[in-house]
Write a protein that binds this ligand. Structure first.
Ligand SMILES: [Mg+2]
Length: 203
């Protein structure tokens, strides 16, 4: 799983965090379409595209991580779906660019303790980290809300699953061509079950 915009339903929080962080450097506020139309990872690339200077990018990213430590809701269905996946024997994990402190804040404030077997925070290169973890299971799935997530998942040999209403506009995410798109998070259970059977049959 990706974290922000995927497990967390936190676009509003992210919008407030980025606007507070860039305002200190004289940059204008983003609105929701402006955020969802520009957001990309790695974070540094997005900040530079927003007009943050190389010199200030690290400080802006730190301010963002601080601003992200405010309450936000989980995406509907996430907790039950993760628990059901684990109960069915799946290995669950998070690979995120978010800081360890920011993710820990969310886990503590949403009651999502104990549902992940592996957590990788402050990841600068998702494709590389996902590739390192690929051998954890016969089939592997990565769920994300951005085209970057889909591209990284694909390149690392994962079945790529997109989820909307996150940090990127629907058209940008759709253009990345995920293997599946979640309308409801709980639909992940059916996709994992179906793909597992399909892969097993193909062998
Ligand atoms: Mg995300």
């Amino acid at each position: 799983m990706d974290w922000n915009g995927t497990v967390m339903d936190d676009l509003d929080r992210a919008l407030a965090a980025i606007n507070a962080a860039i305002a200190e450097h004289g940059l204008p506020d983003l609105d929701r379409p402006g955020f969802q139309g520009s957001f990309t990872l790695p974070m540094r690339r997005w900040l530079l595209e927003l007009g943050v200077s190389e010199e200030h990018a690290e400080a802006v990213e730190a301010a963002w991580n601080t601003g992200m430590q405010t309450p936000a809701p989980l995406r509907a269905g996430v907790a039950d779906t993760l628990r059901a996946l684990r109960a069915a024997g799946a290995v669950t994990g998070v690979v995120t660019a978010a800081s360890e402190a920011a993710m820990r804040y969310d886990v503590e404030h949403t009651g999502l303790q104990g549902v992940f077997d592996h957590v990788h925070t402050s990841v600068r290169d998702k494709a590389a980290r996902l590739a390192e973890l690929r051998s954890l299971g016969r089939e592997a799935f990565y769920v994300g809300d951005t085209a970057y997530d889909i591209e990284c998942a694909r390149s690392a040999g994962y079945i790529a699953i997109g989820v909307g209403a996150g940090y990127q506009a629907e058209a940008i995410l759709a253009a990345a061509g995920a293997d599946h798109h979640l309308e409801r998070f709980a639909d992940l259970l059916g996709i994992v079950g179906h793909e597992h059977v399909a892969v097993a049959r193909a062998r």
